[in-house]
Design a protein around this ligand. Structure first.
Ligand SMILES: [Zn+2]
Length: 451
């Protein structure tokens, strides 16, 4: 009896330890920086399309505000809004600690320790994580780096990054169950040429697509294609900007009144003296710039409750650039309102945990974290994501696709109504019998039949 119970419970553990029933699910998370969702429709990307046809696609991913690189990469791997994980901008200042953060000075764990990224949680069992340049993976967050990682260096080619990652995925002890891979394009070209410069963007997106082809061929050659789950996504999109759409702060306020901590298109302002005075000058500066006191920042941005968010925040309208007085050196930018479609990336995924040929219109980037934890069989840290939003992508989940469900209900109602109408009409056409009409007797019928 005891033996039978043991077998029963070990069966449950084996079945429900992770999403695939496999004792070790593996997951590779890939980001192509600044890959706007609609590039998928505008450009021919045969390798990515093939990946999608054999997997799943989320056409638009709503990212977190502000739609910048460091904040969104950290939201993807923690499932937290920026106010909760503390990586609130690419340039930050912490008044209490008197520390500054920038992309050139990003390795102090102080900035990262307000959250626990998935690669740290993943290493708490007998598993390892590996990383090729995903932001933060070369920092000792909670005293831990991925067991295998590369120090960030933009001059390392994509192929070199992939070679490292597949080697780690294939031959490590303890096994590498979670890996990340990061590439700087098409973001760099989007800034340089603007996202609407189809000639140059086509060129860079062809390269990105070839990189995807290289990655999939490597995975296939090493026998990892059918066993490793792969997510390809991005941190944000890109909007065209121009020198004709400048918001010049020097025309509104003297520089000695404030310190500019973070710049366009969401500028973080630390007043040096009277906050109200600085606020009022900025408030009336330009119609294409919203000015918020920290406590007035709209709730939907989830961008208020962190001391690294500065007392005054300026948000430029799409395509506009906030400068003090400098000229504009780029034709594309991001960071704007995260409700704008131009700021949204996409998500595609392939592997044993995912359906084949399934597409859905939206999810949030904070939903990716609980989905990844589910695939890896990890208990998630507290987060802002909703696992339900990812259920339809996964083979081991039952889900209701809302538009489909509404369609089915409406269809059923139409059939039912039509059927009822047919019954009513046909009933009305049959002459009704007179079950209780009296028998009309003739006079001569009075004769008794039986005499
Ligand atoms: Zn980016």
């Amino acid at each position: 009896m005891n033996l039978m119970l043991m077998l029963f419970f070990s069966g449950i553990v084996a079945c429900c330890g992770n999403s695939t029933g496999n004792p070790l699910s593996r997951l590779l998370l890939v980001s192509f920086d600044g890959f706007r969702a609609d590039y998928l429709k505008t450009y021919e990307l045969p390798h990515l399309q093939e990946f999608i046809e054999d997997g799943v696609l989320v056409r638009q991913v709503t990212n977190t505000f502000i739609t910048k690189t460091f904040p969104n990469h950290y939201s993807i791997v923690t499932g937290l809004y920026e106010e909760s994980h503390g990586m609130v901008a690419n340039d930050m200042y912490d008044a209490d600690a008197q520390k500054t953060f920038s992309q050139f000075n990003d390795s102090d764990p102080f900035w990262w320790n307000e959250a626990v990224p998935i690669w740290v949680t993943n290493q708490q069992g007998n598993r390892a994580s590996a990383a090729a340049m995903w932001p933060g993976t070369d920092v000792k967050i909670h005293n831990t780096t991925p067991q295998f990682f590369m120090k960030y260096n933009f001059s390392v080619t994509f192929e070199e990054r992939v070679e490292k990652i597949v080697t780690w995925l294939n031959s490590s002890n303890p096994p590498v169950s979670f890996a990340t891979l990061y590439w700087e394009e098409p973001d760099a070209s989007g800034h340089k040429y603007g996202p609407d410069n189809t000639k140059n963007m086509r060129k860079v997106l062809e390269q990105v697509d070839n990189h995807i082809g290289f990655l999939t061929s490597k995975l296939k050659a090493l026998g990892l294609w059918d066993t490793v789950n792969v997510i390809i996504t991005s941190d944000h999109g890109m909007a065209p900007c121009s020198a004709k759409k400048l918001i010049i702060l020097d025309g509104c306020i003297g520089r000695n009144n404030y310190t500019l901590i973070d710049k366009s298109p969401v500028a973080a302002v630390l007043p040096r003296q009277n906050k109200t005075y600085v606020y009022n000058l900025l408030k009336n500066c330009n119609d294409h710039m919203k000015v918020y006191l920290k406590e007035e920042i709209p709730e939907r941005f989830h961008y208020r409750h962190n001391k690294r968010i500065q007392p005054i925040i300026l948000v430029a309208d799409e395509g506009w650039t906030i400068v003090q007085n400098e000229s504009l050196s780029k034709l594309g930018d991001h960071g704007y309102d995260n409700a704008l479609p131009s700021m949204h990336p996409f998500l595609a995924a392939h592997g044993p945990a995912f359906h084949r040929g399934y597409k859905q219109s939206r999810m949030n980037n904070v939903d990716i974290y609980p989905m990844m934890c589910h695939i890896l069989g990890l208990t998630p840290q507290p987060h802002n994501g909703t696992f339900r939003n990812a259920k339809c992508l996964l083979v081991d989940q039952w889900c209701i696709n809302l538009p489909e469900a509404i369609g089915i209900v409406i269809g059923a109602l139409i059939v039912l109504t039509t059927f009822t109408c047919i019954i009513i009409i046909s009933k009305n056409r049959i002459p009704s019998p007179h079950p209780f009409s009296r028998l009309q007797l003739q006079d001569d019928d009075d004769d008794p039949l039986i005499g």
